[in-house]
Ligand binder design. Structure first.
Ligand SMILES: [Zn+2]
Length: 323
């Protein structure tokens, strides 16, 4: 992974390139911005440039290849163990950082989801940041930087990252995935600027399964109890993508609401389903649409609260079906 091969984030890459050229790499960075937009890729590109034999992140030397294969001994990744990052993890990291680099000139630590430090761990990390060792680099990645201790934030050089603008993402997806412009626009809208979502497992969900799921949902009628329970089962079985599925349903009914209010078609997400949208539009009023969106909202709320998923989905579908 090189800076050049990462799409977008030009300003951030230039700042880091300049720091590399001038040998002014900070001891600690905080890369902040939404999940899935490439913060981790930029961090790894920086690590590779620092560890590379040629100093360029060439991609061919031994160190570069180890970085790419996630097995460079001088890079340490720290992720939340369960819901939080715990003090034992920070202590282990401190021990690592106190040793000399094994192969390169630097020891680099990447902490993903840095907002998840528990208080004791955060204080321990603060100590490390206050007394930086030479030739060590700590990169914190966070989508909720305001949840970090302000004293941690102020010890890091902060680098904000933004989502790619939708037209640019559409263009890139169309090109990379060889999609039609309409499909690429649907994918860009649903993945909300996240490459990880657009290029990962959600691609199939957003482009293929979205239509099937919406068809099953729209086929429900006030009397259809068994299909309703069947659909609830299907949703619950897909627990890894359940939130995304509910977002798909929300986007569909939001589209209908936009059309109800006479907004232009260019604002729609489901650009490839206009016929279905207009057919459904005849059956809905602004009030039924709002009720359905409220039922979806409540469904998502209950999922976050870890209530019985099955029950939450059944109630959500019943409410939508009754609206
Ligand atoms: Zn190299």
């Amino acid at each position: 992974m090189t800076f050049a091969s990462i799409i977008g984030h030009d300003r951030q890459k230039n700042i880091l390139r300049r720091a590399l050229e001038n040998r002014r790499i900070a001891h600690a960075y905080l890369f902040e911005g939404p999940d899935g937009i490439g913060k981790r890729l930029v961090a790894l590109a920086l690590a590779r440039a620092l560890l590379c034999q040629s100093g360029q992140g060439c991609g061919d030397c031994g160190p570069c290849r180890k970085v790419d294969h996630n097995n460079h001994p001088d890079i340490h990744l720290l992720d939340a163990d369960g819901a939080t990052i715990k003090i034992d993890q920070v202590r282990a990291l401190q021990k690592e950082l106190s040793l000399r680099p094994l192969e390169g000139r630097y020891k680099i630590c990447l902490i993903d989801g840095a907002e998840q430090f528990n208080p004791a761990a955060a204080n321990a990390l603060l100590k490390t940041l206050e007394e930086p060792q030479p030739n060590t680099l700590i990169i914190l990645l966070s989508s909720q930087p305001e949840a970090l201790l302000s004293t941690i934030r102020s010890r890091c050089q902060r680098l904000p990252f933004q989502r790619l603008p939708k037209p640019r993402l559409t263009e890139i997806l169309a090109d990379r995935l060889e999609l039609s412009e309409t499909e690429a626009a649907v994918l860009a809208a649903l993945s909300d600027g996240s490459f990880k979502k657009a290029l990962g497992q959600n691609k199939e969900l957003y482009l293929e399964r979205r239509r099937e799921l919406l068809r099953s949902l729209l086929a429900l009628s006030p009397g259809s109890t068994i299909p309703l329970f069947k659909l609830a089962d299907e949703l619950v079985a897909d627990k890894d993508q359940l939130v995304e599925i509910l977002e798909i349903f929300q986007a569909f009914f939001r589209d209908l609401l936009l059309l109800k209010h006479g907004r232009p078609e260019t604002e729609l997400v489901n650009l490839d389903m206009k016929e279905t949208l207009y057919r459904q539009l005849k059956k809905e009023t602004a009030s039924t649409l709002l009720q359905k969106l409220q039922a979806l909202d409540a469904g998502r709320y209950h999922l976050q609260r870890n209530v019985n998923r099955q029950l939450a989905m059944e109630i959500m579908l019943m409410r939508m079906n009754a609206a």
